[in-house]
Design a protein around this ligand. Structure first.
Ligand SMILES: NC(=O)c1ccc[n+]([C@@H]2O[C@H](COP(=O)([O-])OP(=O)(O)OC[C@H]3O[C@@H](n4cnc5c(N)ncnc54)[C@H](OP(=O)(O)O)[C@@H]3O)[C@@H](O)[C@H]2O)c1
Length: 254
């Protein structure tokens, strides 16, 4: 089975591509560095036709693209355009299954970056095509993504999270993509609740970088959601087994 992975070069994308291949299927990577700009395909007819040709013979498309922004408008424009481009090309190429990865709590706190994730969820659910939506918590790798943004002092949002290994999310996405469309899937989270600024501090220390980490309580509804448990999984969630400590041991000494 051919499975396209949009964002297949990103943090969870490479894990998804590995998992698709490990399960005996053929991954097709869609990303700018692989020669496919999905924003261009959402606005330019020739790019849209080229994308549809690339999807020829695919049984599913997994969307794990992302944009680095805390602007609700930019996030919404990105996820709406990419989702529209993929769904249009899937219809043209006869791809029967669209799989999207979202974040637990995005629809309850649709602000800043999460506004785009909530818009993506709505577009997928209204698409009329076969779809599957997986909501996950932050990845263990999110601590490294936050650490990459700071300099000598890191301002990290005060945030409670139950992070999961991106590798476990990739395996689940590959399972979902190679099965029939199933709508909203069981949420996926990691094994324990953690404090995000502490994880960033520990990641920086483990990778030998002397930097101060300050926990920043963000204002407004989004800031409250980061702190008050909105992003934590419910009792029915599927839990991964890899802990942050286990991930950190391999991330710090690959
Ligand atoms: N990080 C987390 O903790 C977390 C937790 C739960 C859910 N998620 C969701 O998981 C998804 C992936 O997150 P991530 O952290 O793995 O992202 P990431 O590492 O930032 O990777 C983003 C991917 O999107 C591709 N991309 C960006 N713009 C593109 C464009 N115009 N056309 C084609 N490809 C484009 C990038 O490749 P190029 O740069 O080569 O184009 C890259 O492969 C996101 O939807 C995010 O909301 C993330």
């Amino acid at each position: 089975m051919r499975v396209a992975v949009a964002g297949g070069t990103g943090v969870v994308g490479v894990k998804t591509v590995d998992a698709v291949r490990a399960s005996g299927h053929e991954p097709v990577v869609l990303s700018r560095s692989a020669g496919v700009d999905l924003l261009a395909a959402g606005t330019d007819d020739r790019e849209a036709e080229r994308l549809a040709r690339t999807l020829d013979g695919c049984a599913a498309v997994v969307d794990v693209t992302s944009v680095m922004t805390t602007s609700a408008a930019k996030s919404t424009a990105f996820f709406e355009t990419v989702t529209r481009a993929l769904l249009t090309a899937e219809r043209a190429a006869g791809v029967p299954h669209h799989v999207a990865l979202s974040i637990i709590g995005a629809e309850a706190a649709p602000a800043a970056y999460y506004a785009g994730k909530a818009a993506q969820e709505r577009a997928v659910m209204a698409s009329g095509t076969g779809w599957t939506l997986l909501r996950a918590t932050q990845f263990h790798e999110f601590a490294a993504q936050l650490a990459a943004r700071g300099g000598g002092i890191h301002l990290v949002p005060a945030m409670r999270s139950q992070p999961v290994a991106a590798a476990e999310v990739g395996v689940r996405l590959a399972e979902l993509a190679t099965a029939d469309p199933s709508g909203v899937s069981r949420d996926l989270a990691g094994p324990r609740v953690e404090d995000m600024p502490t994880l960033v501090r520990r990641y920086l220390a483990a990778t030998g970088r002397a930097a101060r980490v300050l926990a920043l309580p963000l204002p407004g509804r989004w800031g409250r959601a980061l702190r008050d448990g909105t992003l934590l999984p419910g009792p029915d969630a599927q839990l991964g087994t890899a802990t942050f400590d286990e991930w950190l041991a391999t991330a710090a000494h690959p």
